[in-house]
Design a protein around this ligand. Structure first.
Ligand SMILES: Cc1cc2nc3c(=O)[nH]c(=O)nc-3n(C[C@H](O)[C@H](O)[C@H](O)COP(=O)(O)OP(=O)(O)OC[C@H]3O[C@@H](n4cnc5c(N)ncnc54)[C@H](O)[C@@H]3O)c2cc1C
Length: 459
């Protein structure tokens, strides 16, 4: 089939999730002609099955906890129950409004939105719904799926986050397989909704990608919340009947539950899409791309979860924007992966940026760290939360890591990322005035202390 003008674009994007649609919007803004191919719903995992619905559940969970804990603040409240149809209506309402807004946004730009399952049939051609879209540049943005373990079939009482988002009841007992970000967020929701929860994690600690001190504090907080967890223990199998699921561990232990949530990571959606046939280098399913998001094939870019690295929506947005600007000839600065903020929205929340203490020691040799305990932070005391802000700096140099834990601390990641990305010295931050009483003040106090002039802290 010969390329016709109406089927030829500056950029053809395969996948309309965070990475793909951000690329489309920015490219259109820059006057490039764009085709965006999506087989499911515009917005992808983040909007429909990830960030947004899970955070709505976490907010409902916070409301349930607030109802339970009123007495602690002298307010007489009682927690009655969680009505999942109401929770789902609220969650779906949030997703629906954002979906509508996003559809309107794409429609308002001159983006050719093509529905259907696309496939790369040549290095510059995506075939979809009987149409061949020719791209001077092609962007692969097909995202990720929830993985399982060998021999563990998803179905019935064994589910991934995808099904767990649509439960019509609160299960009494839940086993969460995997103590990473998605695992601890769901564990937190289920506990607040009233389930008995046990997390099973093969690694020695929960949220193992975070600084060790964060894992320790999270484990302490989860113990307090009576969220059970077993670390350093491997799953060996699960069987289910109509009434129950039996989860077996290599230690010989068996745990009985109503639901097994499998949260063991996400794999790239790349199989059977023609990537390798077009010559693109793929490693264990992931598309390899350089720091300019270019694959080894000229004119083919890759963004988002299919590229090894942090699987986060805002990384996808940034990479999508980057590629659009790169194609438009703006030569954007490369993205520092360490400068991407990370938030885990369980209760208590975790927020971090840059290097953990261990990584910084390995990379920079001599470092200094400082832990500011939220015990000295007025607003955190008002909220009744425990946690800390931990700073890691190069000896006599800039702050290279910020690690925070405590209720609502996710909101503090904004300043933390400025500190890291602008390579601020503790003394630079110490002279900025932080409003009192806010949790944000804890960041200011930590820097005051690290700069040698602690206020509400022991040196
Ligand atoms: C439970 C959960 C919670 C999460 N929470 C957060 C969070 O709080 N914050 C955060 O930053 N990240 C979070 N994430 C991760 C975030 O959702 C992803 O990093 C992000 O969606 C990745 O964007 P993407 O564009 O690479 O892929 P996706 O969003 O997966 O989009 C890929 C799109 O491509 C489409 N597609 C695939 N194959 C084809 C094809 N052949 N033809 C046409 N279309 C195709 C898919 O339908 C999909 O819409 C969460 C993920 C999950 C699962």
């Amino acid at each position: 089939m010969s390329a016709t003008a109406e089927n030829t674009f500056d950029i053809v994007i395969l996948g309309g999730g965070s990475g793909g649609y951000a690329c489309a919007l920015r490219a259109a803004e820059l006057g490039l002609s764009v085709a965006l191919v999506e087989k499911g719903k515009l917005g992808g995992t983040c909007l429909h099955l990830g960030c947004i619905p899970t955070k709505a559940l976490l907010h409902a969970a916070e409301v349930a906890d607030t109802a339970r804990e009123g007495e602690q603040f002298g307010v007489k409240t009682t927690f009655e129950s969680v009505d999942m149809s109401g929770v789902n209506a609220y969650k779906d309402g949030v997703v629906g409004r954002l979906y509508k807004g996003l559809q309107g946004l794409v429609k308002s730009k001159s983006i050719e939105y093509v529905e259907g399952e696309g496939r790369l049939v040549a290095k510059n051609v995506v075939e979809v719904a009987g149409r061949q879209l020719v791209g001077k540049n092609v962007v692969l943005a097909t995202g990720s799926y929830a993985k399982s373990l060998p021999g563990l079939d998803i179905g019935g009482r064994i589910m991934t986050s995808e099904q767990a988002l649509f439960l019509d009841h609160v299960p009494s007992r839940v086993v969460v397989l995997g103590g990473g970000v998605i695992g601890v967020e769901f564990a937190s929701v289920f506990k607040s909704f009233g389930s008995e929860v046990t997390i099973v994690e093969a690694l020695p600690r929960l949220v193992a990608a975070e600084d060790e001190a964060i894992s320790k504090q999270l484990e302490r907080s989860f113990r307090k919340r009576k969220i059970n967890f077993k670390t350093n223990v491997k799953f060996s199998g699960a069987t289910q009947s109509d009434d129950v699921v039996q989860v077996s561990l290599e230690s010989g232990e068996t745990i009985e539950a109503d639901l097994l949530l499998v949260a063991v990571g996400r794999g790239p959606v790349t199989a059977g899409l023609g990537y390798e046939e077009a010559g693109v280098t793929v490693d264990r399913g992931f598309v390899l791309a350089n720091e300019r998001c270019q694959t080894n094939v000229e004119g083919i870019y890759a963004v988002g979860d299919i590229v090894p690295g942090l699987q986060l929506a805002h990384r996808g947005f940034a990479q999508g924007i980057f590629v659009a600007e790169q194609v438009a000839g703006l030569n954007p600065p490369v993205i520092d992966e360490m400068g991407i903020p990370r938030v885990t929205y369980c209760e208590p929340e975790i927020a971090s940026i840059g290097y953990t203490e261990a990584q910084a020691r390995e990379k920079f040799g001599e470092i200094e760290t400082y832990d500011y305990n939220l015990g000295g932070n007025g607003k955190s005391q008002i909220l009744g939360t425990a946690g800390f802000v931990k700073l890691v700096r190069q000896k006599d140099g800039p702050v290279v890591g910020v690690h925070m834990i405590g209720s609502r601390m996710g909101e503090q990641v904004g300043e933390a990322q400025l500190i890291y990305n602008w390579e601020a010295l503790p003394s630079d931050v110490a002279q900025l005035i932080h409003a009192h009483p806010t949790q944000n003040e804890a960041l200011g106090e930590a820097h005051l202390a690290l700069a040698g002039k602690p206020l509400h802290a022991h040196a």
